[in-house]
Design a protein around this ligand. Structure first.
Ligand code: PAF
Length: 281
């Protein structure tokens, strides 16, 4: 496995794969890797000849009061994990390498689907994601790019600008990886105290309970309210509990497949999760 820290180095490392028309798979990450990321890499390994993983904590997708400074940087440990799952190239650029020294005057802003859910709580976040992911796509020029469904809205935003801007690659969404107690794996789980970690699986439990209630024809608004109450009683500060169609449209009545979304804080740690519920008439 090679590690590159410059765009020039990355291009040189990818050159043989490009000239022999190998299928390039790409997994963008911010590092501090867990089994969820490794499953993205395994999927890339399964479908592609060459697997590139980027590790870059992207400053422009963090709000002023968010955890950019404290976000764990664990490149050495991440590299060991990536070597074990068959990554070929790790791309770990510096902020200077990524953004240069001159001001950036171009933005990529996806409308509508970003004015909702996490977009409301984190203004500018998805623009920051769209810019960095587009830059990474241009640097790596992969055939396939892999993203986790835990960040369902992020995945929708990326699919949207890839389609709108004719970026020549296929985006693959990979199902959420969960701990045995149901907690969706996230780099931010590491911020939880031991006590909070025991409480955190209640998010998934309340989503599963909601699924049962929907199947028993409890109305959607009541189901969402029940999730909110369960979480609040367990000590979460709820940011939102919402239902959307698979395309992220608002939905009042459970008459098609829905995605249930939760964002809630335990102490200062913000956790998100979602669950797709199938509609059967
Ligand atoms: O999901 C993430 O880890 C980040 O938002 C991404 C896609 C790597 C962009 O920085």
């Amino acid at each position: 496995m090679k590690t590159e820290t410059t765009i020039q180095g990355l291009t040189a490392s990818l050159s043989p794969a490009r000239s022999s028309r190998k299928i390039i798979g790409f997994v963008p990450t911010m590092g501090n890797l867990h089994e969820g990321h490794l499953n993205l890499v395994r999927e890339a390994r399964r479908l592609c000849d060459v697997v590139v993983v980027s590790i870059f904590v992207n400053p422009i997708q963090f709000g002023p009061n968010e955890d950019f400074e404290n976000y764990p940087r664990t490149l050495e440990h991440d590299s060991h994990l990536l070597a074990e799952v068959g990554c070929d190239i790790v791309f770990a650029p510096s902020v200077e390498q990524m953004y240069g020294h001159k001001p950036r005057l171009t933005n990529i802003s996806v409308s509508d689907i970003t004015n909702d859910l996490c977009g409301l709580q984190r203004p500018g976040h998805f623009d920051g994601v769209a810019v960095v992911v587009t830059k990474l796509f241009n640097m790596v020029q992969p055939n396939f790019a892999f993203f986790g469904q835990k960040d369902y809205q992020q995945l929708a935003v990326i699919r949207q600008f890839v389609r709108d801007l004719n970026i020549p690659l296929e985006v693959i969404g990979v199902p959420i990886t969960r701990a045995t107690d149901g907690l969706a794996l996230s780099s931010r789980n590491g911020y939880l105290t031991e006590e909070q970690r025991k409480t955190a699986p209640i998010i998934f439990q309340s989503l599963k309970e909601a699924e049962q209630q929907l199947k028993q024809a409890v109305n959607l608004a009541e189901v969402l309210e029940n999730i909110k109450q369960t979480l609040t009683q367990a000590g979460f500060i709820v940011d939102y509990v919402e239902a959307r169609t698979l395309d992220l449209d608002k939905i009042e009545v459970f008459n098609q497949d829905v995605v249930l979304f939760v964002a809630a804080k335990l102490g200062t740690t913000r956790l998100i999760d979602n669950l797709q519920v199938k509609y059967t008439a």
